[in-house]
Design a protein around this ligand. Structure first.
Ligand SMILES: *Cc1c(COP(=O)(O)O)cnc(C)c1O
Length: 430
């Protein structure tokens, strides 16, 4: 492979980087199973699943075959006026594995766009009900919902990007971050701020949106599922829509197929992404109920023509057949595996290997849930220096801020996982 780094450094933008002083990048030649092979031959054990997505590892024969078979038929056709088997079969499966109230599926291309679509659904819902003043969102602090404008508006106002886009983001309502941790005894006062904010502003609020149980990129916090039970009740009392963003948590990551199952509650609108396509292609989905969809579609009345309202969204690559075919294969592969047991094992090993980090004074907290292990430091981690040492040791971990976390592919072997986690601890403290 020619050295691609000089061109990359000169011309390409990477996520959240400067062009004049970018973080180093490592050229990847191929990836297979849990191993990422760098140019030059060095192999890294993957601790990230390429940001929660590659749950079956890389270059999986079953997913490769699904892609190749679909590629031989068509990689894409427009979804306006056409439909196809990959979209229909995937939607069928998604409706089978989610709670019964879900009955409608909208396919989009990224997680952020799924959030935009969910928000549009909520706004159009209230518009159709002739309550257009219910056009704001309520969320909790510490959340992350994506990088597009609507999604950014509900990201944490401090750690998110609000300051950089002052005046451009629609103002939303923020309740206190859920404090009661996953597994801790529930404290009713944890919900007070949410209750007050929603009651006080319910005539302006279209929907509450949040990540169930795990706040991901906003801080990797795991909170009590009771919060979600209270929230479902509160949304019912105040006739407010509830949106769960399961883009990071969906498809087994927290130990249940969806994080909402920890609470046994179902939102009105559900966003899926990331692991949906097994990390192969960009794809997201928004699921909703008949009740919500039918309201959105209520005929316009009063005008010269009475016609059903349409959901105002339709991306070019909507329901891309290649992505849908791989996603269907990925979900089937997951369901056919002993994923529950695997994730339980991963959780136990992460707990065992990361817990010793608690004893170091530079550590604020260590926590694990499902196939997620987090070491929270007191100070931000030097990403470039830490990653350089990781690469030397043959592991791939990408910290952000004060957080060093592991979200490995579910197929990781026990010895690889132990090496990965022990290396993370060793590099941080020795
Ligand atoms: C990653 C993520 C998104 C955004 O998804 P993209 O595909 O990066 O646009 C939204 N919500 C949550 C919870 C996420 O983790």
């Amino acid at each position: 492979m020619d050295n691609i780094l000089p061109f990359d450094r000169r011309h390409l933008w990477h996520p959240y980087t400067s062009t004049t002083d970018p973080l180093p990048v490592y050229p990847v030649e191929s990836a297979s199973g849990v191993r990422i092979k760098l140019a030059g031959g060095r192999e890294l054990i993957d601790g990230m699943s390429s940001w929660w997505a590659a749950i079956h590892g890389y270059n999986h024969p079953v997913l490769n075959k699904a892609a190749a078979d679909q590629l031989a038929k068509m990689s894409h056709v427009m979804f306006g006026g056409f439909t196809h088997e990959p979209a229909v079969r995937l939607a069928e499966t998604l409706l089978q594995i989610t709670p019964p109230p879900f009955s409608k599926v909208f396919f989009a291309d990224t997680g952020s766009v799924a959030v935009e679509v969910a928000v549009k659904m909520a706004l159009q819902f209230w518009h159709a009900k002739k309550r257009p003043e219910r056009n704001k969102l309520l969320t909790v602090r510490g959340g992350y919902h994506g990088d597009t404008f609507g999604a950014m508006s509900v990201c944490d106002p401090v750690s998110g990007m609000h300051a950089a886009f002052t005046g451009m983001l629609p103002p939303q309502f923020f309740a206190a971050m859920p404090r009661c941790r996953f597994g801790e005894e529930w404290n009713e006062s944890d919900f007070t701020d949410m209750r007050e904010k929603l009651y006080k502003n319910k005539n302006e609020i279209a929907a509450v949106i949040l990540e169930p149980v795990v706040q991901g990129a906003g801080g990797m916090r795991f909170y009590s599922p009771v919060y979600l039970q209270r929230l479902r009740e509160l949304c019912d009392e105040t006739d407010t829509l509830l949106i769960f963003d399961e883009i990071a948590t969906g498809f087994g990551r927290t130990g249940t197929l969806f994080a909402m199952e920890h609470a046994g509650v179902c939102p009105d609108i559900l966003c899926l992404g990331k692991a949906l396509s097994g990390g192969y292609l960009t794809l997201s989905a928004v699921l909703t109920t008949d009740a919500t969809a039918e309201t959105i579609s209520l005929p316009e009345t009063g005008g010269p023509m009475s016609s059903a309202r349409v959901l105002r969204h339709g991306p070019t690559f909507m329901a891309n057949p290649l992505a849908c075919a791989v996603a269907k294969a990925s979900v089937d592969l997951l369901l056919a595996s002993d994923w529950r047991k695997r994730i339980y094992c991963i959780e136990n090993i992460l707990r065992e290997t990361l817990s010793p980090a608690k004893d170091f004074p530079s550590v604020a907290d260590v926590r694990c849930l499902g196939a997620i292990g987090v070491i929270e430091m007191n100070e931000p981690v030097d990403v470039a220096a830490f990653q350089k040492r990781c690469v030397e040791k043959g592991v791939w971990i990408r910290p952000f801020g004060k957080l060093v976390y592991l979200t490995p592919p579910y197929i990781i072997a026990e010895n690889d996982l132990r090496y990965l986690a022990e290396t993370a601890v060793q590099l941080l403290f020795f």
